[in-house]
Structures are given as structure tokens and as C-alpha cells.
Design a protein around this ligand. Sequence first.
Ligand SMILES: NC(=O)c1ccc[n+]([C@@H]2O[C@H](COP(=O)([O-])OP(=O)(O)OC[C@H]3O[C@@H](n4cnc5c(N)ncnc54)[C@H](OP(=O)(O)O)[C@@H]3O)[C@@H](O)[C@H]2O)c1
Length: 317
Amino acid sequence: MSSNQFGKEGWKPERIGNLSGNTYLITGANSGTGLEASKILLSKGAEVIMLNRNEEKSQKAIGDIKKDLRGSTKVSFIKMDLANLSSVRSAANEVINKVAKIDGLICNAAIAQVPKQEFTKDGFESHLGVNHYGHFLLNGMLFEKLEESKGRIIIVGSEGYKMGLKNIQFDDMNWDKNYNPMKTYCHSKLAQMMFGYELQDRIKDANKNVKVYVCHPGSSATSLIKNSGGLRDRILFGIMSKTPLVQTAEKGSFPEVMCAVEAEENLNQKAYYGPTGKLQWTGPVGECDLKPHAKDKKVATKLWEVSEDATDFKWNI
Ligand SMILES: NC(=O)c1ccc[n+]([C@@H]2O[C@H](COP(=O)([O-])OP(=O)(O)OC[C@H]3O[C@@H](n4cnc5c(N)ncnc54)[C@H](OP(=O)(O)O)[C@@H]3O)[C@@H](O)[C@H]2O)c1
């Protein structure tokens, strides 16, 4: 993109005003960009509810945040394992019962580059199951609440969407024949992004009041590869993290925070936001180049049907 609408340095959290009274849900918020996004939103007075799978890590993250930010920090967590659809259902029900309104649901959690084919509790290839199907069901169950709240959905994608097959492998969604850690991760991130753009179309047709934004964190120094990747990828990313090709997790959180809080008139749902510098991995946050395959209507429509079948959930839209 030639010029950045937010100026030479791109979008920064300094633009955020007082967020008191706003509530944000963030998946996978006990580390990495999710944790950094939580800190920024909390520091501006918002309430943050983390949807995390690990109780111990969540309590530690909450303790650290409270120590750092002091004051009355409204942060809590609800247990949710995206690798288990029944856990997603109960977390969504807990949100529906306990949370008065949702200003933003940030779909941030993910696993990446799992070395060998693994399956979620429901029998899906782990990247697709956690990153896409888990979030697809969560969004579907919370959609009515988001609509009542005139809220936003933020899909955290990845530049990986253009590094793998660049398509959805409908004839082998579990990658039984050609499992590959990187391609399978990229497939799941493309699926998430296609879901986001397809959801925008459905919302428009149904005249609903929810905004959906798609962004990515560039290349950020988080525990993503350390937690789920194999030894070779962990070593490679460890080395890369020491170069200018990788930015801090805090900077990586800016695009998702921006999509959650920036004034609607300054954002375009059809866009793709993230760092705009070298390779779109680092640099000022703004609108990035997006390849057309992410919006292939035929593939997105089929993916929607396949995802409803897989999650046994029919969207009311
Ligand atoms: N870092 C990068 O360079 C990069 C590049 C492109 C895109 N991204 C995207 O950025 C987002 C944030 O990742 P990150 O880099 O900040 O990595 P991270 O530090 O590893 O954070 C990922 C979060 O997802 C959670 N998670 C994993 N599996 C889960 C499950 N089954 N149920 C619920 N939560 C689960 C993790 O929880 P645990 O702590 O319990 O494992 C963790 O809190 C992801 O969507 C990722 O695809 C990152």
C-alpha cells in the first residue's frame, strides 16, 4: 500500500481514548499478542475476558497484569479449549449467561506448525480444528449477543494464508495423505480469513449489526512456534527472532487492538490490516496487500457448509 492513513508511523495505541464500559473477549490471551492486546485494552479502562485453555497460565497472566497495571483492572478468564467443541459450547454458554455485552470478540488463539498430524477431541486435524472450527463455533454461538451489543469480530489471520496451498483441501480436510506442518497451519489460517470475509457478506445480506475485521500480527516474537512447533522450526524461529525480520509481541498486537477499537469510519471491513513494512512482517500498522484467493466466493461458501457440518452448528444468518 502506498500511503498509510494513520501517518508515517502507522496506527498506534496512543490513538485510543477512554474505553471504560467496553468489554472485549480475547481467545488465547495468556501469552503473546493476546496478552499484549489485553494489557493495552485494560490500560485504557476496558474490561477483558480471556478465553484460555490453561487455568494455571491464565491465573499467572492475570496476576502479572494486575501487578503491572495496578488500579482496578477488570480482567478475568473463562476456560475454553478450542480443541474440544464441547468445551467451546460450555464457554460460549458461560459468556452468554454472565457477560452483559461484547464490544469485540478477538479470535487470537492458535497453534502452528505441529510437527506430526494430530487430532482434536472431535477428530479434526489439529490446526483446522483449533484455529478454524473452534472459532467458527464460538462466533456462531456468540453472534446473537454480538448483534445485541452492535459488537465487532476480529479475525487474527496470518501472512501464511499465501504460503501454503492457497486453497481449501476439501477432499482431505484432515491431511491424511499429505500432512505438512507449515502447509497445514497456512490452510487453517486461510480458512479463518475466508470465514471472516464470508461472514461480512452474510451479515450484509441479513442486515445485521456486527462488523468483522481481518488482520494479522506480522512476524512477532511470541511462544507460538516454541509451544507447538517441532525442534527444527523452534531453532529457526529462535534465530530469526533476533533479526529485524521479527518484531515484539506488543507490536504484533496493534492490528487486532486497532480493529477492536478504532472508529468505524476509519476502518474498511473488506481490507486486511497488519504491519505494512518489509514483507508485511514488521513496520507501521495499516492496510496490507491481500491476495484474491482469500475472498474466493465459491470456496468460502463451500467452507461455510463444511464448517457447519463439522461443528454440528447451523448459523442463524
Ligand atoms: N507470532 C507470529 O509471528 C504470528 C505470525 C502470524 C500469525 N500469528 C497469529 O497470531 C495469533 C496469536 O499467536 P501468538 O503468536 O501470540 O502465539 P502464542 O503466544 O503461542 O499465543 C497463542 C495462544 O493461543 C492459545 N491456544 C492454543 N491452543 C489453544 C486451544 N486449543 N484452546 C484455547 N487456546 C489455545 C495459547 O494457549 P497456551 O498458552 O495454553 O498454549 C496461547 O494463549 C495466532 O492466531 C497466530 O496464528 C502469529
